[in-house]
Design a protein around this ligand. Sequence first.
Ligand code: ADP
Ligand code: MG
Length: 373
Amino acid sequence: MTATPTETTKTPYLQIQGLVKKYGDNYAVDNVDLNIERHEIFALLGSSGSGKSTLLRMLAGMERPSQGKILLDGLDVTYQAPYERPINMMFQSYALFPHMSVEQNIAFGLKQDKMVKGEIDTRVEEMLKLVQMTKFAKRKPHQLSGGQQQRIALARSLAKRPKLLLLDEPLGALDKKLRQQTQLELVNMLEQVGVTCIMVTHDQEEAMTMATRVAIMSDGKLRQVGTPREIYDFPNSRFTAEFIGETNIIAGEVIEDAADYCVIASKELSRPVRLGHGITGPEDQDIWVSLRPEDVNLSRNKPTADFNWEEGKVKEIAYLGSFAIFHVELTSGKIIKSTVASSRWYLADEEPPTWDETVYVSWRDNMPVPLTR
Ligand code: ADP
Ligand code: MG
């Protein structure tokens, strides 16, 4: 049967269905469902032991799933051997062959596939150009810097034009400065060849900078999947809110829930939080709000509103150059963090508040994100 013109649903490029990996009684990967579109750069983000590498290894065919399915471009690859899959994996330790030159390293997989020599040369040249390493073609890996080795490893992974590229902590061996610079270069190169890519990282900045979408993983489960913005602005739980960036979590109870606002009371605050929208869910249920430090205003002037501000004392100041994080202790003992741009004080011709000074924190009613778990 042919598809009708009105049919808009299409099969996702990569489908991961109910994927499980058990080691003994332990679930390293626990029932993961995930669809990835062609050309996506997708990041799996989670702390150590959350199951990221295991998931990636199952995609690469290096680990046999206990349950579930992997479909790539319409084909079931769940039990295919690694070399049968149109998938390539690049490891954190680049594992370049030390006795081979850069060009031999890149050509290795193509030779194994019995590609004809002329084509191999063209492909190697193309790859060297992509990673801007043409003039290093004759060098051995030990004659290259860490960043250069990383690029050669990428060139080697891409040489066979895999349908899916898997990167496990691709920049893990680089120092912080070089990492940040390489993140954007790497994204550029991946976009140039248009390869679909899943990368694993424990570095949230890296995931947020590089990926079109991110999955937050813990205990073998995907906790939230979305664009970096969605995950940051609309966390689905306290776990993700606290995992990504910094936030203030305030525990409370819904005491009023109308169509266009709601009011949340908290023992940690001296007056309620009011949100400029209603929330769905039973009244008097436990609730938390997440309030990002950059959404908390800090001032010496006492607000007059009935909601959304507190008095406190400056307990700590983390000065970070262009901005500072103030830790403000409320009378309940609750600490509220507020991020303030350093320019704020000199623009107002004012000294920044100092330790133990009384200050007021406040926020707009569209800033707190209500969370029910
Ligand atoms: P991550 O890459 O997120 O750090 P892993 O996927 O390496 O996490 O590991 C997830 C969990 O599975 C961990 O608890 C780890 O100890 C366990 N695990 C990983 N590989 C094995 C293995 N070969 N045998 C037993 N347990 C394993
Ligand atoms: Mg790992």
